[in-house]
Write a protein that binds this ligand. Structure first.
Ligand code: UT7
Length: 352
């Protein structure tokens, strides 16, 4: 028995925000963002639209693609680092929003590796016979990390600059992170199948907590008493902090190693991979991973130019687009790989 993906869908907010729009908010440039990251635009959710809502859109599209009804689903795995609430997680919100039965919902939070971890968990739950049809969602709304007061109206074209010098200076102080992230969701329906060779061939997942602070949110957490204070807000501690160079270096060494490890365990050569789906944090990382594995650019698709980094949303969005435009076709060997905060990373192999 194999675990197969029977349908995928995405949920993308309506506000496309090109790099040029951000230059009115902070000292940055289209050129810097493009050359350092590959990003040309990203999408921002409407106010009030959370990752649960975007995830629900993606989930409904995935159900339609899989020709399944909400009643057919017997478990949910929801991967996000930007849930609507601290608790409960997005799983129960999704369950209610799209009318699923009173099934178990798991909330997981492995950040950029969330979808990858979710795939392995879904495969395990199916292989052990506990569940037959799982809805796996990766969704993020990063924009609340960006503390722009007047900026919102400007990014979605409803207001025009300039902003105050003080806001401009503050936004510039966090520009290395804010320009990279966008909002978006992807979902897949994962099912047990007894037919043929399609399906998951395995995953290799890893964690290195000694680098937890290389990318993390230092403020607003339950080690603080109370867990949110005016001082934390004043010091901008709820905004993620990132040692970009460390994460960059780790990504470039860990992802190729994970791809090699999962191929070795499955008894296939790296050369046999038809399509390598790499987490989209930086185009230079995607290209570097491809180069290290000796894979030509046409086998390593990217969409970071349109979405920026959508964390747990990235891999399912990329997978969905590649299936939709025929870059992923039945019989192809697909490899997923990601690295992100945790640090968590890994790779999974799938025969489409
Ligand atoms: O998804 C989770 C995993 N995350 C990642 O994988 C991210 C990994 N890291 C990266 O992708 C890169 O490290 C960044 C894109 C974050 C940064 O690129 P970099 O080439 O490492 O740049 P840098 O941090 O070394 O900064 C170079 C310069 C600095 O100026 P000085 O000190 O050389 O004068 C920065 O202040 O670029 C400046 N800078 C900016 N300039 C314009 C930083 N952010 C910006 C900006 N616009 N947005």
């Amino acid at each position: 028995m194999k675990t197969i993906i029977t349908g995928s869908g995405i949920g993308i907010p309506r506000n496309a925000v090109p790099n040029a729009m951000l230059t009115t908010l902070m000292d940055t440039s289209d050129e810097w963002i493009r050359t350092r990251s590959g990003i040309e635009q990203r999408y921002y959710a409407d106010p009030g639209q959370g990752s649960a809502e975007l995830g629900a859109i993606a989930a409904q599209n995935a159900l339609a693609a899989a020709e399944r009804e909400p009643a057919d689903i017997d478990a949910v795995i929801f991967a996000t680092m930007t849930p609507n609430y601290f608790f409960p997680g997005n799983g129960p919100l999704l369950q209610a929003q799209i009318g699923l039965r009173e099934i178990p919902t798991f909330d997981i939070r492995q950040q950029c590796s969330g979808f990858l971890y979710g795939l392995d968990l879904a495969d395990s739950l199916i292989q052990c016979g506990k569940h037959q049809r799982i809805l796996l969602v990766g969704a993020e709304v990063h924009t609340p990390f960006m503390p722009w007061e007047r900026g919102w109206g400007i990014t979605i074209g409803e207001e025009h600059g300039p902003i105050s010098e003080e806001d401009y200076a503050f936004n510039t102080s966090i520009r290395d992170r804010t320009v990279l992230f966008g909002d978006g969701a992807g979902a897949v329906v994962v099912e047990a199948s007894k037919n043929g060779d399609r399906g998951f061939l395995g995953a290799k997942l890893f964690t290195d907590g000694s680098n937890a602070e290389a990318l993390y949110v230092p403020g607003v957490g339950f080690r603080h008493r109370p867990y949110v204070t005016a001082e934390q807000l004043e010091k901008a501690l709820p905004i993620p902090q990132m040692d970009g160079r460390t994460v960059f270096k780790e990504a470039l060494s860990r992802m190729p190693a994970a791809v090699r490890a999962v191929c070795a365990a499955a008894g296939v050569a790296v050369d046999e991979i038809d399509v390598l789906l790499v987490h989209q944090a930086n185009l230079r990382i995607v290209e570097g991973v491809a180069k290290q594995l000796g894979m030509s650019a046409d086998r390593v698709p990217h969409n970071i130019e349109r979405y920026g980094n959508t964390t747990a949303g990235t891999l399912p969005i990329l997978y969905h687009e590649c299936v939709a435009d025929g870059r992923i076709r039945p019989g192809m060997l697909i490899c997923f790989t990601a690295l992100g905060s945790g640090l968590h990373w890994g790779a999974a192999l799938y025969r489409a």
